[in-house]
Ligand binder design. Sequence first.
Ligand code: ATP
Length: 301
Amino acid sequence: MIRTESLTKVYNKVKAVDSIDINIEKGQVCGFVGPNGAGKTTTIGMLAGLIEPTGGKCFIKDIEVARNPIQIKRMIGYLPEGVGFYSNLSARQNLRYLAKFYGLKDAESEARITELLEYAGLKNVDKPAGAFSRGMRQRLGLARALLNDPEVIFLDEPTNGLDPEGVIQFRKIIKEQAAKGKTIFFSSHILDEVEHVCNTICIISKGKIVTQGSLDDVRNKMHKDKPMTIKIKVIGMMPKLTDPGIIDATYNDGSATLRVQSDIVNEVASELMKSGVRIRELKVEEESLEDIFLETVYRRE
Ligand SMILES: Nc1ncnc2c1ncn2[C@@H]1O[C@H](COP(=O)(O)OP(=O)(O)OP(=O)(O)O)[C@@H](O)[C@H]1O
């Protein structure tokens, strides 16, 4: 549904997006994650037909975006970062205006707008969009992105400005859209946020894709070669351990904290038993995916 081939955007000699290859299948919900300035907005802009690539190509349902920008705009849903509206028009009037672009018939569009305003939690809001809070603008932006019942939905930092209730409602909407078979691509700089709703992840840093795949694939790839911590408590004195998998160890009288390259908890347990001590506690602590993400991706910045 979404495919890029060496997609590149250069601004004043700076590669904002550097030859990226993305492939997203129908029905996937992909979290596009990276720090500020990584190239997320530029990528989504090119996919939505709003920014012309400097090199490479992108396709939505095998239609090349740069060659068919109007067709693409009618096909997709798009919530831009810092979404803007006609400030003197109400939420309903703003959506009505847009419905014309999609060629929706009046009766059809009124029903759809009513449904979407309720869906986005703006049913009883009559004030002009200029008086909206940031969270309300995001809600209206989401309604706008769904107006044409698109098969492919792009959301750029959709939870920015939403309060916790709004975030929960947003996740519910995404899950419902995914259950309808929609393909969703949404950006965030917080990995933890996309883990709640996405089944695939694509991580971008400095314009390049760091890793992409299913949530489990990305977890395994990122956890691979990452040291883990084993915490041990014993009855009596803690002996010094000799397992070659131990990178670093801190010993106290009855406890130890080991940094290990892989899960060697069984080896450690048998070494402890051989030395005759009784184990009170032995546990492995893995870094969270968010911690690894912060460590590996933000360190590149
Ligand atoms: N119109 C522009 N002119 C010049 N440089 C730009 C332009 N738009 C983006 N950039 C630069 O391209 C890089 C990628 O920016 P982009 O907005 O795509 O990143 P992002 O991941 O969406 O960041 P954020 O989370 O802050 O929105 C940045 O270095 C940015 O300064």
